[in-house]
Design a protein around this ligand. Structure first.
Ligand code: F55
Length: 861
């Protein structure tokens, strides 16, 4: 469908195209021109918003200039590309990032000053691009920055949702939700490409091996240029919008039936309308599956079209392209690439399979069973009949080879019964195989791609993660402990059969957005101390700070920066939730999606305990408490009942504590609504203590832990996710570690029915909630029961277990805070030890060890 006819360009004087000039006067001129002719505003009476919009358009032009050069250069070199397939890209704002990454902060700063503004003023006018839920979507955004910065030929592919992550408000302390209308003022950061449209089919039937879809839409491209830092490279995030093939039906219209006339349009536009605001479960819904196949098919068709411009032999595809699948959401790619190679390009099955399994890579982000997508075969068959045929064939080939291997294993061990074999570490037979059950059946039931829904007899499901492991060249986890766990739990048999496929790639975050740009005070201090700003691109150079960690002068300056950042946050808190917070108190933060496994309620229980202790103390004793400001932020999925209660727990306790005269400035508890990327950029630089307290073995990696570390914020955490590696880098003794280890969790869960060891402080906290000390006791009843009443629930996340040790760690925190020099020394050490957690390092590891893609830097002309 792509329009590829060419204008007669040979004789056009393209070399005389005026490239934008970058001196402050030219930029100022340019802004005035843009506000007049693009925005249509009166340059003599500009609002801040209009100024932002005009300015953004000038930055856009400079981005596109480098973008065009980069893409042209890459085309001439024809290197292998990585394509990052992700249903989510949580980009946040673009203005500051673009200006700095282009290296134009000085020129722009001056031009903006002349217009009577600061870059921050204008930046505040920008809507966040919140096309993601949380860690996974933000990781994709950090990766785009690092792919550009490290000169990798790589593009992102995703969906241009019309409405992003919902806006969160508070209504009498409860979460309220509103749609995120982020495109209302236009989007200067994207380039619409109406000529790039791919046809995506749904439903229908397969006749004589040929799929005839009953419904089709067009996937139309929008390019979002992504500038690297300290390079000429500007790469691309290509997002697709769903458009109808036929705008409307004139016959229906003429009959006066407008609803029918526009039905196709509405059905098509629904596909890219809304981001599912769920960070754990959403499978089962047909529209969600439509979204997934929509962007995956468009991306693969786009890549194949460009491949074919320069190549004719598909065996070359794995040398020119690798698709990396960000969790299970894009894993329909396995079937879609097979379908395109076989049905469109005429390859045979074996050839297509060989190419597919060399061209795809898979990243797993979680072991939480409810987050591992499984689609009902019924839904798949109806929506994607041809894909379902392909998946069935992949499944039967896989089941055949698994059965052979299980049989071979049992024969090699002739005396062993299924049970005995199961007790062996290296057995393909599941451990929970029942006596008398056929071991082959047991293995197939557990590790088949198509398997029965354990909760609904007779209902068959497609396990997308299993298909991804089988259909790709590598599978990786996102932190060392996590990559280890997946090998021995969810992907056990796959690991035994294909050990070489399994890798670890510990996550990273971009030090540009998450340190250099969000914390300018610290940026300048670090650069001054190290004598250069090379660390922004080579983060391991931060280790040079270690030798200065004890320097009293530096410590004082380091504290002054933190103090300034705390004041900025205090102002924000006052303006947004009306609470006055003391800036001499410790700023203690937990910001992330609200989840039982992340245990915000454990933090709250410790805060309640602190409150009760302050209340019980004499005025003299009260003086010994270290004052704290406890800040929470995070969204709850709309259907996640407990998560919503956890939010209410924070606000309810805040209402009591913040207004208690006896407590005064010793304790404040605030919930900041609508936590998003730009709010994180204000909170993280101001934080002194941050919470990463998931039950060991449940968090894939965590990435905010790395952001806090970079900004010199001390960590209170469990031995989970990337905390383990952070502890290695900074020294475990410098982190506040508590809680059970991952390997003990299964046993403790078994034993939890008999748990009796309740700490007396835990009992008091539970009693205070059930006595209504923080309002509506009835409302909190089931939240308490869930962790405290073993007859009703089972404290799956082991809060009661970890509580006493958590309070011990909290005491250690308070003690250390009294010694500000030691606290600051550690803070410097945290930043100094954060080099490993740059997404540049992470991307480089992916590039060398999985993608096999090499940098191609655009030369300066
Ligand atoms: C979104 C939609 C669905 Cl259906 C399932 C999961 C998600 C999601 O947002 N997951 C997510 O954010 N996972 C997180 O990924 C991070 C990056 O790897 C990890 O750091 C984090 O541990 C993990 O929970």
């Amino acid at each position: 469908d792509v329009e590829r006819s060419q204008a007669k360009t040979d004789s056009l004087p393209v070399e005389h195209l005026p490239h934008p000039k970058n001196d402050p006067d030219s930029i100022e001129q340019d802004v005035l021109s843009k506000v007049s002719y693009t925005i249509g505003a009166d340059p003599k009476a500009l609002t801040t918003k209009q100024t932002y919009r005009g300015l953004a358009w000038t930055v856009r032009e400079r981005l596109i200039d480098s973008f065009n050069k980069t893409q042209e250069y890459w085309k001439s070199k024809d290197p292998k590309f990585v394509y990052y397939l992700s249903a989510e890209f949580l980009m946040g704002r673009s203005l500051t990032n673009a200006v700095y990454n282009l290296g134009l902060e000085g020129e722009y700063g001056e031009a903006i000053r002349k217009l009577g503004y600061s870059l921050e003023d204008l930046q505040d006018q920008e809507q966040n691009a919140s096309l993601g839920n949380g860690g996974l979507g933000r990781l994709a955004a950090c990766f785009m920055d690092s792919i550009a910065t490290t000169d990798l030929p790589g593009w992102g592919y995703g969906i241009r949702y019309k409405y992003g992550m919902f806006k969160q408000g508070l209504d009498k302390g409860f979460q309220s939700m509103a749609p995120d209308i982020w495109l209302s003022a236009g989007n200067p950061w994207e380039v619409y490409r109406p000529e790039l449209a791919y046809r995506i089919g749904f439903y229908g039937e397969v006749k004589d091996g040929k799929w005839i879809p009953a419904e089709s839409v067009n996937a139309v491209a929008y390019d979002n240029p992504i500038p690297g830092f300290g390079t000429n490279n500007v790469t691309n995030l290509r997002l697709f919008e769903s458009q109808p093939v036929n705008e409307f039906n004139l016959d229906f219209f003429n009959e006066g039936n407008f609803d029918e006339a526009t039905q196709e349009k509405r059905r098509a536009e629904d596909i890219s309308a809304v981001l599912y605001p769920n960070d754990a479960t959403d499978y089962g819904r047909e529209l969600r599956l439509k979204q997934q196949v929509f962007f995956v098919s468009a991306a693969i068709q786009d890549v194949i079209a460009r491949f074919k411009e320069q190549h004719s032999d598909f065996n070359e595809l794995p040398n020119k392209a690798v698709f990396t699948m960000n969790d299970t959401h894009p894993t329909i790619a396995v079937a879609e690439l097979m379908r395109l190679l076989i049905d469109q390009e005429g390859l045979d099955w074996d050839n297509a399979w060989a190419i597919t399994t060399k061209t795809l890579a898979f990243t797993n982000h979680t072991v939480m069973p409810e987050a591992l997508e499984k689609w009902p075969v019924k839904v798949m068959t109806k929506l994607l009949p041809r894909h379902m045929e392909i998946i069935s064939k992949i499944d039967s080939i896989w089941k055949g080879s698994l059965a052979d291997r299980v049989k071979a294993q049992i024969e090699a061990e002739p005396k062993a019964e299924a049970k005995a074999a199961a007790s062996e570490e290296s057995s393909l037979v599941p451990e929970d195989t029942e006596a008398g059950e056929d071991p082959v059946d047991a293995a197939l039931a557990k590790y088949g791609i198509i398997c029965e829904n354990p909760w609904e007899k007779g209902v068959k499901l497609v396990n997308m993660a299993f298909m991804a492991v089988i259909g790709s060249k590598s599978t990786n986890g996102v932190a060392a402990i996590h990559s280890d766990i997946i090998k021995h739990t969810i992907f056990k048999d796959f690991y035994e059969i294909y050990p070489e496929k399994f890798q670890n790639k510990t996550n990273g975050v971009t030090p540009r957005r998450w340190l250099a740009y969000c914390n300018p005070g610290l940026r300048e201090l670090i650069t001054k101390t190290l004598g250069s700003n090379e660390w922004i691109k080579h983060l391991e150079k931060l280790s040079g700070l270690k030798q200065h960690a004890e320097d009293k002068e530096l410590q004082a300056q380091w504290r002054a920066v933190k103090q300034e950042n705390k004041q900025r946050l205090a102002k924000y808190i006052k303006a947004n939730v009306g609470v006055d917070v003391p800036t001499n108190a410790m700023f203690d933060v937990q910001i992330k999606r609200i989840h039982e496994y992340k245990r915000q309620h454990l933090n709250m229980f410790s805060i309640i305990n602190r409150y009760l202790e302050i209340k019980a103390a004499s005025p003299e004793e009260r003086k010994k408490f270290v004052p704290r400001v406890c800040v929470f932020g995070g969204k709850a999925a709309s259907a996640y009942y407990m998560a919503k209660k956890m939010i209410r727990l924070v606000t309810a306790v805040g209402e009591v504590v913040n207004n208690d005269q006896e407590v005064g400035d010793l304790l404040k508890v605030v919930f900041l609504p609508d936590y998003n990327v730009s709010l994180a950029e204000v909170i993280i630089p101001a934080a002194e203590l941050s919470h990463h307290i998931s039950t060991a073995g449940t968090e894939g990696s965590g990435t905010s832990n790395m952001k806090f570390q970079m900004n010199g914020c001390l960590i209170l955490g469990t031995m989970d996710g990337a905390n383990v590696e952070i502890a290695q880098e900074i020294g475990k003794e410098n982190m506040f570690v508590f809680g059970v280890d991952a390997e003990d969790v299964p046993r403790l869960r078994e034993e939890r029915k008999d748990f009796k060891d309740y700490d007396p402080r835990w009992v008091k906290v539970m009693d205070s909630l059930l006595a209504g000390q923080f309002g509506d006791a009835e409302y909190f009843q089931d939240l308490v029961d869930n962790v405290n009443d073993m007859t009703k629930s089972n404290d799956w996340f082991l809060l009661a277990n970890d509580f006493a040790d958590y309070l011990r760690a909290q005491k250690d925190v308070d003690e250390l805070y009294k010694d500000q020099d030691e606290w600051t020394r550690r803070s410097i050490l945290y930043t100094a030890s954060s080099g490993f957690f740059s997404s540049d390092r992470c991307i480089d590891d992916y590039a060398r060890e999985i993608w096999e893609v090499e940098p191609v830097a655009v030369p300066s002309s």
